[in-house]
Design a protein around this ligand. Structure first.
Ligand code: ADP
Length: 373
């Protein structure tokens, strides 16, 4: 069994590996906050017992996953466990992100099985000789990166989940049409549903990409967009969904020929999000009205519906990513649409707000600065 080093010997070992000419060394970190919690709840002895069991699990898992020449460390009574992948036999391949992440994943999974507890984990790269302070900072960096990677994983898992539903539905319709004897009116209905799902899938993908791209805080666009014409396109695009939901769509106003400083795709996206929400949250056999009005230097867009509206206390938070309001259980969603709306509007130096609609439901109002064609 290889030795578990204390902090000082570990730092010295890493520095020797760097002196030997290794350019960068992956530092893997595992941490358990439970030692401190248990000490606080049950006293020092049970906390030490848990620490000893975790040390055993760490040694077992690390020895299995690592090579001769890699370094392992745990400072007694601390909450961290470290590995430096410093074995000369690794060469450059040892640093491949995928190997590092896989090794970390294997070790933390084994430890979780053996101790019955999940560990926080992460990794970073060491390129300069370590001091005690630099080692401390590196552990912080590793944990931060671990948290970010976990967040990304969860995001992708959510996206995967969202994309699977429409894909399953489209595939189901196509297979039925290919395999079964379906009469022409039913076949048409199936195709229409599949088309609507494909349409939704596209918007889903656009939403995901837009959100991650817009989040980069790109500068405001210089485009001039004919909002009235985009608005007519958006109403057209959402029509199949409105028909399916038995909701009437109307477009009013005198915004004709008004140009706003916004990309037309972004403007389309913004309107589709608001219109689809209107349709989604309107009454059964309800109404959604899109209005364009020119007011001084602004073009004001409102989307009204006759649904249940939005309680005053929710009117700010619903614009945050991933937040949903109080919605009927049957209405699916992920709380992403309005976050996209707000990002687009702010990038275009506009304003968005929500209030009660004269139709009885919600009114979303957007003011976009106008510009020359
Ligand atoms: P989602 O609709 O997927 O939940 P959104 O970001 O589009 O996500 O909306 C966030 C929340 O705002 C919704 O969960 C809902 O509570 C509320 N909301 C949005 N539009 C409307 C509307 N027209 N009427 C009532 N509530 C709405």
């Amino acid at each position: 069994m290889r030795e578990l080093l204390d902090e000082a010997s570990f730092i010295a070992g890493v520095n020797r590996a760097l002196e030997r000419g290794t350019e960068r060394i992956p530092l893997l970190l595992l941490r358990s906050q439970e030692f401190a919690q248990r000490a606080w709840r049950e006293g020092k002895r049970p906390a030490r017992r848990l620490e000893r069991a975790t040390v055993r699990a760490f040694k077992d898992a690390a020895v299995r996953a690592m090579r001769e020449g890699d370094l392992f460390a745990h400072e007694g009574q601390s909450d961290w466990f470290c590995i430096a992948m410093s074995s000369p036999s690794r060469g450059d391949a040892g640093f491949a992100t995928v190997h590092v992440r896989a090794a970390l994943e294997r070790i933390s999974a084994t430890m979780a099985v053996e101790t019955g507890r999940r560990m926080e984990s992460g990794w970073c790269s060491i390129e300069c000789p370590l001091s005690v302070e630099a080692f401390d900072a590196a552990r912080g960096r590793a944990l931060e990166r671990g948290a970010r990677e976990r967040e990304r994983y969860e995001f992708l898992a959510t996206v995967g989940h969202e994309l699977r539903t429409p894909l399953t539905s489209i595939r189901g319709y196509i297979e039925t049409l290919l395999d079964d004897d379906v009469d022409p009116p039913t076949a048409r209905r199936f195709l229409e549903t599949a088309r609507a799902e494909a349409f939704r899938l596209t918007r889903l993908v656009d939403g995901i990409l837009d959100f991650s791209l817009l989040d980069l805080h790109a500068p405001a666009p210089l485009h001039a967009c004919d909002v009235a014409s985009v608005a007519r396109g958006a109403v057209e695009a959402i029509l199949p969904i409105a028909i399916a939901a038995d909701v009437r769509l109307e477009i009013h106003g005198d915004g004709e020929g008004s140009y706003a400083r916004i990309e037309s795709d972004a403007c389309m996206h913004l309107l589709l999000n608001l219109l689809e929400n209107g349709v989604k949250y309107a009454r059964h056999r309800g109404r959604v009205v899109l209005t364009l009005v020119r007011q001084g230097a602004f073009l004001c867009i409102t989307v009204d519906d006759d649904g249940n509206g939005i309680p005053t206390e929710d009117r700010e938070r619903i614009f945050c990513y991933g937040i949903r309001g109080r919605v009927p259980l049957r209405v699916a969603g992920r709380g992403v649409g309005l976050a996209i709306v707000r990002t687009i509007v702010e990038r275009s130096r506009g304003r968005v707000r929500v209030e009660a609609s004269p139709l009885g439901g919600a009114r979303f109002s957007i003011d976009l600065p106008t510009t020359e064609a």
